[in-house]
Design a protein around this ligand. Structure first.
Ligand SMILES: Nc1ncnc2c1ncn2[C@@H]1O[C@H](COP(=O)(O)OP(=O)(O)OP(=O)(O)O)[C@@H](O)[C@H]1O
Ligand SMILES: [Mg+2]
Length: 244
């Protein structure tokens, strides 16, 4: 469903992605681990055309992302839910307006139906109380959930989650993880999830990819990652173990 091949991306003299290769099968959830600043968010942005790789190919559902026209890219983005690291809501709009804006950008819809879908998605992530509030009136965790609800409004085939549970309390984190597992099971959604929690990666994903110095240095099931002899992966696992 997602095929990333030899992707390079630099900002000026700073090279961030150095030949990333990764494949995500339909219906699969892959977690991406890596240090802060290693290029995880940059990689996700390349997938939806928010950033353009310098080299390499990205195919989503058979379509080469970098070769798409603006209209084709728009069409592709309808099928991809993107949960931004910082919820990325418009401050001047209520939660309902934020979600409506996203939904009606891609298709027109009767107002009643629109309201119904928005309410349903907010309910799915447990923040229907936020409906008429402005982002600034919400806690960080609520903003995160609204960001997830927004990613769900178009019933995407693919969801890209950029640290969906960071900064949330353990109970809320678990609820979000359960939701991600549910979406995969019930709707067969294909997902890429960036997380700093190995425990969470183990729980929600089929396979784990470790990004280091712009490349995927380990890719496999949790038990395969745990046996990786790559020094960075070992260091990562040791650090997690020290945390308890
Ligand atoms: N639009 C941009 N212009 C210039 N540099 C950028 C841009 N976007 C990202 N970078 C740089 O690319 C590097 C990787 O950033 P990225 O946001 O992908 O890190 P990350 O792995 O998601 O980190 P974190 O875990 O902290 O979110 C950083 O050094 C960042 O400063
Ligand atoms: Mg990031």
């Amino acid at each position: 469903m997602i095929e990333i091949d030899q992707v390079y991306k630099a900002f000026g003299a700073q090279s961030v992605l150095n030949g990333v290769a990764l494949r995500v099968d339909a219906g699969e959830t892959v977690a991406i681990l890596g240090r802060s600043g290693s290029g995880k968010s940059v990689l996700l942005k390349c997938l939806v055309g928010l950033l353009r790789p310098d080299r390499g190919t990205i195919r989503i559902d058979g379509q080469e992302v970098t070769a798409l026209s603006a209209a084709q890219l728009d069409q592709l983005r309808r099928q991809i839910g993107y949960v931004f690291q910082n919820a990325a809501l418009y401050d001047s709009m209520t939660v309902e307006e934020n979600l409506a804006f996203h939904l009606t950008r891609h298709q027109s819809m009767a107002p009643d139906r629109l309201r119904q879908i928005i309410y349903e998605k907010l309910q799915t992530v447990g923040v229907e109380v936020a409906l008429h509030k402005y982002p600034s009136e919400l806690s960080g965790g609520m903003q995160k959930r609204v960001g997830i609800a927004r990613a769900l409004v178009l019933d995407p085939k693919i969801i890209l989650y950029d640290e969906p549970t960071s900064g949330l309390d353990p109970i809320t984190s678990r609820e979000i993880e359960d939701l991600m597992i549910e979406l995969k099971k019930r709707m067969g959604v294909t997902s890429l999830v960036i997380t700093h929690s190995l425990q969470s990666a183990r729980r929600i994903s089929d396979r784990i990819a470790v990004l280091y110095q712009g490349q995927i240095v380990a890719f496999g099931r949790f038990d395969e990652i745990a046996q990786s002899e790559h020094p960075f992966v070992q260091e990562y696992l040791a650090a997690v173990n020290l945390e308890g």
